[in-house]
Ligand binder design. Structure first.
Ligand code: ZN
Length: 327
């Protein structure tokens, strides 16, 4: 979607589930590639293989273990790195329109939103700290459940509405103690959480980026880079939703963002390949919040995006079309 006088679109969308994590349940896969897994922030794109994408990959090669993202700065650096990988897979014309667009972070840990917009005719992409904390919580719990067969994601999503409903309720951050102590430091869990975080972020920003290069915002012309809006005013920018954000533009952004995510995922193999799964995880999370009516107006992301449950089919269709083209 988009917001405002300084328009902002907000995002979302792609995804079906595909890959079981190879590292699940077994002792950690030894690092194999020579590509050094970025210690904290920069996933390395390695456009090398020509191997056709496996539609239902279940037997992937072991992947290097990734170090955890610790702290706000590490998460932001990771988002920037993911965004760079997405832009690298756009067509030259699309890339020219968006490669200089600033990514700005609102430090509010209780606000959950991510969007694209324009301020004074200049494009920007934005995310709130709360959005990154929510994605991190989803990643931490999903990774735990994949490895240990637990239900920490269900517990988190059951608890988070009440935490979001009050500004002092704790926000979207994962409550302390959500991950059993015995599992918290498991390197496989930490690595998998980072993969999931990246996958969700890739879809989310693939969607927002698409609003710019598809011309929905109307302000991304490949102009010289600007610093972007002052983070202090992002909250205000995000509160004014632009009515032109409509179903056709959302579907277009979901579809293009999904393709972009899949292309970037393919290019980074043998590192973890992003897919529509990231979007599906994102939709599942927001879909659970959508069942809580008061949150529809309290959570920025919900008030500025279409019903998450309607978007999964769009992304699944896009992913199927993408895979058909790979054959
Ligand atoms: Zn959107």
């Amino acid at each position: 979607m988009i917001r405002s006088a300084a328009l902002a679109l907000s995002l979302l969308a792609c995804t079906p589930r595909t890959k079981p994590v190879p590292m699940a349940a077994t002792p950690s896969p030894a690092p194999t590639t020579t590509t050094t897994a970025a210690p904290t922030s920069t996933p390395s794109p390695s456009p090398t293989t020509t191997t056709p994408p496996a539609p239902t990959a279940t037997a992937e090669a072991p992947r290097p273990l990734l170090s955890p993202l610790v702290g706000a700065e590490a998460r932001r650096a990771e988002v920037r790195a993911v965004l760079a990988e997405l832009v690298a897979q756009l067509t030259p014309a699309q890339s020219a329109k968006v490669k200089t667009i600033p990514l700005v972070f609102d430090t509010d840990p209780n606000e959950v939103n991510a969007f694209a917009g324009c301020q004074k005719g200049a494009p920007y992409l934005a995310a709130t700290e709360g959005f990154l904390l929510a994605v991190d919580a989803v990643a931490q719990t999903r990774a735990t459940d994949e490895l240990f067969g637990s239900k920490t994601y269900d517990a988190y999503t059951a608890a988070v509405p009440a935490r979001l409903a009050k500004k002092t309720g704790g926000g979207p951050a994962l409550p302390a103690g959500s991950i059993p102590a015995a599992q918290a430091d498991d390197p496989r869990r930490l690595s998998r959480a980072r993969e999931i975080f990246d996958d969700v972020v890739a879809f989310a920003f693939g969607h927002e980026l698409a609003h710019h290069y598809l011309g929905h915002t109307g302000c991304a012309q490949g102009q010289a880079a600007t610093p972007g809006p002052n983070p202090a005013v992002l909250g205000q920018l995000a509160t004014t939703v632009v009515p032109w954000l409509n179903q056709p533009t959302e579907i277009a952004a979901d579809t293009a963002g999904c393709f972009n995510t899949l292309n970037a995922g393919k290019a980074r193999r043998p590192a973890y390949a992003w897919s529509e799964q990231g979007g599906l995880w994102l939709f599942d999370f927001f879909g659970r919040l959508e069942s809580n009516a008061p949150l529809l107006v309290m959570v920025g992301f919900l008030s500025t995006h279409p019903d998450s449950r309607l978007r999964a089919p769009i992304i699944k269709a896009a992913a199927s079309a993408w895979r058909a083209e790979q054959k």
